[in-house]
Ligand binder design. Structure first.
Ligand SMILES: [Zn+2]
Length: 171
């Protein structure tokens, strides 16, 4: 028996696999439905640098996006269950997130809410809309919320990319 018999790795393995990142990019007749697992939005300010989104860093001198004077925007992420009961990370625009928050009582924890999400007609220029459409009866039975950061590090190119696909655009 020698070392070739064992599963060995010289660097500690990374954490769990990223969640499936879901971005709704086109209009569909029926909305998509999700159940929110997160307690609240995970809302980073990001830059679009022409190729990908990257997070805005508090220290501006260390922020590649700020250095490039790339435009910035807020995006809201929620750990959810999709219609098939699969865990995912849903990306909402500023407007869609405000719309969602306006449809629930102020300061209510988002976990356990059922939401419908849809882009209006007009292709990628259609507006993303999100509203609360119900509450899960037994919230104890839902999977525990996961921190979106782990998945976003992959999106932002701050973690090595994986061979298998882990994001999808819904049309
Ligand atoms: Zn920045």
């Amino acid at each position: 028996m020698d070392t070739s018999d064992f599963v060995l790795q010289s660097v500690p393995p990374d954490g769990p696999r990223p969640l499936l990142l879901v971005r709704i990019k086109a209009h569909r007749m029926n909305p998509y439905y999700f159940t929110i697992l997160s307690m609240e939005f995970f809302g980073p300010r990001v830059h679009w640098t022409g190729e990908r989104t990257s997070p805005c860093f508090k220290a501006r001198e260390k922020c590649p996006g700020c250095k490039l004077k790339a435009p910035g925007k807020w995006l809201g992420y929620l750990h959810c269950l999709d219609e098939h009961g699969k865990e995912c990370l849903l990306e909402l625009t500023n407007r869609a997130a405000k719309m969602l928050l306006a449809s629930v009582p102020k300061n209510r924890v988002l976990r356990g809410l059922k939401i419908s999400v849809q882009r209006t007609e007009g292709g990628k220029h259609g507006r993303l809309c999100a509203t609360c459409c119900g509450v899960v009866p037994n919230q104890q039975a839902l999977p525990a919320p996961k921190d979106p950061l782990h998945t976003l590090l992959y999106l932002w190119g701050l973690k090595e990319d994986l061979d298998e696909p882990w994001s999808e655009l819904l049309a």
